[in-house]
Structure formats: structure tokens, C-alpha cells
Design a protein around this ligand. Sequence first.
Ligand code: COA
Ligand code: MG
Length: 296
Amino acid sequence: MPHPVSRPRRSVLYVPATNEKALAKLPQLACDAVILDLEDAVLPEHKVQARERLASFFAEKVAGGREFVVRINSLASEWGADDLAAVSQWAVDGVLLPKVDTVRDILEANDVLDNHDAPEGLKLWAMVETPRALVNIAAIAELSRNPGSRLACLVAGTNDLAKDTGVAVTVDRRYLMPWLMQMVLAARAGGLDLLDGVSNDFRDLEAFARECAEAAAMGFDGKTLIHPAQIAGANAAFSPSAAALAEAQAIADAFALPENASKGVISLGGRMVERLHLVQAEQLLARAALIDSFKN
Ligand code: COA
Ligand code: MG
């Protein structure tokens, strides 16, 4: 996570727009963000009703500290345009675009939001879940350098990627790994946040914790989740550890000493520490403060 973040996105829970029980549970859950899904979790015959349900959900929703994003159907589908038009009028933080293949898909959604006078703060998130999206990932990430672009976050869609490529999904995700790392590099190049794909086995929380720890080490900002039981593990794995915070504080303290004021590089505990490490330490401390500031 070596980049300045605007808000914590450690735990991002998918909720099917048609699941009343799950919607009712949201106020009790400590996830950083929620993705209300109109796409794959909703059957074709329920699409319109699901959209209407979300319209009333957002009409009633009391403003809270957490981020709300709606995953719409693809603009190429029969529901996508109506979904996007509807969401542009709701009090949401973002729209998650599924099955993005090219830069054009994002620009098209940007234009629709602009045409509906959606607030500037309404961001676009993009699923990276097709082979074409991966092939085009550098250009997609570069989009966020464009001042008019709403693109803020990339979301790995590992189930769809496995389906469309035919790779086996193993516990260690070895065949997905190169593509996940490609996403990390692209997200960092574009200054975007990046969320890992879901873990389908929501009963095995030990395997889940290992997957989260690995994703954090790989540079992801957080993980998309399917079940409330996964929230605590994701929050823990994507928060700076006590050891990392202590080390960051030690680096900040060392550079704050008067004798180090004009030094570019110092020795600390037997290791070389440069000013770039100070920048990294300050980012980590800022991230921890940000997470704290969102705690209820
Ligand atoms: N968000 C909020 N609450 C959820 C939830 C979610 N994603 N998934 C489950 N819950 C709630 C259940 O409603 C239940 O509530 P209760 O305590 O009031 O009874 C509780 O958590 C325990 O759920 P559980 O019985 O263990 O699971 P389930 O059989 O009800 O649901 C799934 C399992 C997988 C169907 C469900 O978790 C789900 O739909 N997840 C999201 C799927 C999705 O959006 N996929 C698309 C993106 S990959
Ligand atoms: Mg998908």
C-alpha cells in the first residue's frame, strides 16, 4: 500500500440487492465499504425489482462513515444503461463497472454520468475480470491520470478470470498470481486503489486469513468479501501491524533528531535508512491515522 489513500477500503462486502436479510444486517457490520450488487448475484427476472429496491434503500439510508458502491450490469446488457441512469441520482460513493474490457468502457460510463449531472464525487470502480481487461490493464490504469476521469479503484474478479481463462483455482492461487501482480503494478502506476477478489469458502477462516495476509503483502489495499464472517480477518490483515507502526515511528523519530536534520541517509538499528523510507513510514502512519478516524 505504498501510496496515499483517501479512505480505508480493507473490507469491502458484496451484498446482493435482492437479499433483504443481508441489507438489514448492514448497520451492524464493521466493513469499510459495501458493494450492492445488481449484476451476477441477481437473476435476470429480478433485475428491475432489484434496482427499485436500491432506489428505496438509498432514499432511506442515513449517511454513515462507510462507503457505498453499486455494481451495475454491464452497459452492453439490457439493464446497464437504466442502472447507471438510476445510480447517478442516488447518494452513493461509487459505481462498480463489471466486465470492463477496454478504456472505452470506462469513458462511456464517465460520459453517461456527466450527462446525468452526477456529482463529481461519484467515482467509478472497475472490475478486472476478463482476459481483455488484463491485456489492457496499463491503459485502463493510466486513465486515472486524466483530470476528468472518475476512475478511483480496481477490483479483481478472480472467479470470472478463472472461468474465462480456464486456470485452476488452487489454495495458493498460483496460476492467478502473475495476473494479480500485474494488477498491483498497474494500480500503483495509475495511482488507483486495488481490491483483491473474493474467497468463496466463507467457512474456512484460517485459509481466508492466509489469503488476506498474502494479498496485503502483494500490495492490495483490501479484499472484496461475500460474507460477514470475513470482515474481521480482512480488517486485521489490511491494517498496519503494531510492529510495522513501531518501526515507522522509529524512522520518523530518528529523522526528527536535530543531528539528522541535514542527512539524507542514516543508520538505525544496524540498517541503512534513507529519506525514501521516511516517506514510506509517514504514509504508513497516515494510513493508520486514517483507519482510526473512520472508527465508530
Ligand atoms: N452481506 C450481509 N449479510 C450477509 C451476507 C452479505 N453478503 N451474507 C450473509 N449475510 C447474513 C445472513 O443474512 C445471515 O443473517 P442472520 O444472522 O440475520 O440470519 C448471516 O449473515 C449468516 O449468513 P449464513 O447463513 O452463514 O449465510 P447464507 O446462507 O445466508 O448466505 C451466501 C451465504 C454466500 C449466499 C451469502 O453470503 C451471499 O449472498 N453473499 C454475497 C454473494 C454476492 O454478492 N456475490 C456476488 C459477488 S462475488
Ligand atoms: Mg464477475
